[in-house]
Write a protein that binds this ligand. Structure first.
Ligand code: NMX
Ligand code: MLT
Length: 434
């Protein structure tokens, strides 16, 4: 397998670099932690190193050093589409190299071979009440798939050389990611299409197969899926879902256990669920006015919402201090394929007015939109109107990043994560002693 060989060839260099840092500079101080940071969500404290992606506050995400426009330009595309093959993106995340067409297609083939879902996963999904949130189903199904973990089985029967763990993690990562489109499409079909089953087609890529299985056959929608799955694949290692799955994985929990944990974090409204909240909020505005409001009307509406201290979904970010480039990439897609769409026009009108109001209000550290401010708008346009499903789309993509972080954690032999907690009394005493 090409991707495994490429990783193997890079492994000695990365292990050597990490070991050298710890050996030669182990006592180098990276940061101090303040009381404010401890009570403020550990904001800004560097807690780990991962080279899969990095979020620069003023520029946004780079995947393995490549910006979004670079990734969209450099990654191989399918014959039938204008946006990259997700298999190519996975190759880039896993190896750090831009793949050739053949290497990107190799991953797509690996995924096809491994895409089968065991029957008990369907049974688990079907046993749940119909009103179960799709993110709960998604996380449960990933957990149900844990029966298939190669690492868990090998560990039980005794692989004891830590240096070899990563190979089983890579296998589990490929197996889980291969099954995600079928899994997510089945959740969609179970919830919103009377449980019909649609087979994936062998001639389609990972993203367009997902579109096909949920019944969306427009070629533009397959391209939107490719774009969406590339954009959401990773956001460095310390956001809630990546950190949660890393933490769980540090106990040598396998890829399935770790990714299910990550999805539970993504399901929170301050993280991935903002996706659905945002579209709901835009629809509420349109309903309030009975149409897309004029600029002056929207200005008054937004001032009133901020006056009541409402949180505006899709705005603000813990790290970014500029408009999220993932927002920009999707706005460009919408401008190209659906410029007249009402909800898109409304989302852009909000973008035009809200940042300066947030700046005036003076609370939020980043007054600009994050990716969630536009995600749902595009899905809604193409007929994916069930907005409680949007976070599953985010999760489907984000597991590409989570599995890569987890595999590389095993390559580098990262230890169990166990920071320290204090009591309020101990903290007060520390301050008094100063
Ligand atoms: N609308 C109104 N007020 C806001 C917003 C917003 N969108 N974002 C932050 N604030 C307020 C926040 O409540 C806080 O107020 P107070 O001091 O009264 O408690 C103040 O601004 C400072 O918050 P920040 O330090 O700027 O934000 P923080 O880093 O704590 O949180 C988010 C970041 C993203 C959780 C926050 O901006 C938010 O809740 N945004 C809306 C939800 C959202 O879009 N989440 C998606 C994140 C991206 N993702 O895809 O996961
Ligand atoms: C993400 O994509 O994970 C979000 O933007 C949240 C974050 O980076 O904290």
């Amino acid at each position: 397998m090409n991707v495994k060989d490429r990783i193997r060839s890079k492994l000695p260099e990365w292990r050597e670099r990490t070991a050298r840092l710890v050996h030669d500079h182990g006592s180098f101080k990276v940061a101090d932690v303040t009381v404010e940071q401890i009570f403020g969500g550990i904001r800004g404290v560097p807690i780990q190193v991962s080279d899969i992606s990095y979020v620069d506050p003023m520029e946004g995400i780079r995947f393995r050093g490549y910006s979004i426009p670079e990734v969209l330009k450099l990654l191989p595309r399918p014959e039938t589409g204008q946006y990259p093959l997700v298999g190519g993106l996975y190759y880039l995340l896993m190896t750090g190299e831009v793949p050739t067409q053949e290497e990107a297609e190799d991953i797509e083939v690996e995924w096809k071979v491994r895409s089968n879902l065991p029957d008990h996963v369907f049974q688990v999904l079907k046993a749940m009440p119909r009103y179960t949130h799709p993110m709960t189903l998604f996380s449960q199904a990933i957990l149900a798939l844990q029966t298939e973990s190669i690492f868990a089985r090998r560990y039980y029967y005794g692989i004891h050389n830590k240096a070899d763990y990563w190979e089983a993690f890579l296998q589990d990562s490929l197996n889980l990611t291969a099954k995600l489109p079928v899994l997510a499409a089945n959740i969609y079909n179970l919830k919103y299409r009377d449980g019909i089953y649609v087979n994936p087609e062998p001639n389609r890529d990972w993203a367009s197969n997902f579109a096909h299985m949920i019944g969306k056959e427009e070629p533009d929608y397959a391209d939107l899926c490719r774009l969406f799955f590339v954009l959401h694949s990773d956001h460095e290692g310390a956001n809630v879902s990546a950190h949660a799955s890393h933490l769980v994985g540090s106990a040598l929990a396998d890829v399935y256990l770790s990714c299910s944990a990550g999805m539970n974090g993504l399901a929170g409204p301050l993280h991935g669920l903002a996706n659905q909240e945002c579209l709901r909020w835009l629809l509420k505005i349109r309903e309030h006015f009975g149409r897309v409001p004029r600029r002056d009307e929207l200005q008054v509406y937004l001032e009133s919402a901020l006056g009541k201290n409402e949180i505006i979904p899709g705005y603000g970010h813990a790290v970014l201090r500029v408009t999220d480039p993932r927002f920009t990439a999707q706005a460009e897609f919408a401008q190209r394929f659906m410029p007249e769409d009402e909800i898109f026009r409304l989302a852009m009108l909000v973008f035009d007015i809200l940042p300066s109001l947030l700046i005036q209000q003076g609370k939020v550290k980043n007054p600009y939109p994050n990716v969630d401010a536009i995600n749902g708008t595009l899905q809604y346009h193409y007929g994916v109107k069930e907005f409680d499903f949007y976070t599953v789309l985010f999760g489907l993509s984000r597991i590409l990043g989570l599995t890569t972080h987890i595999t590389w954690s095993r390559i580098l032999g990262k230890p169990i994560e166990r920071p320290k907690s204090l009591t309020t009394k101990i903290l007060e005493e520390m301050i008094d002693r100063e």
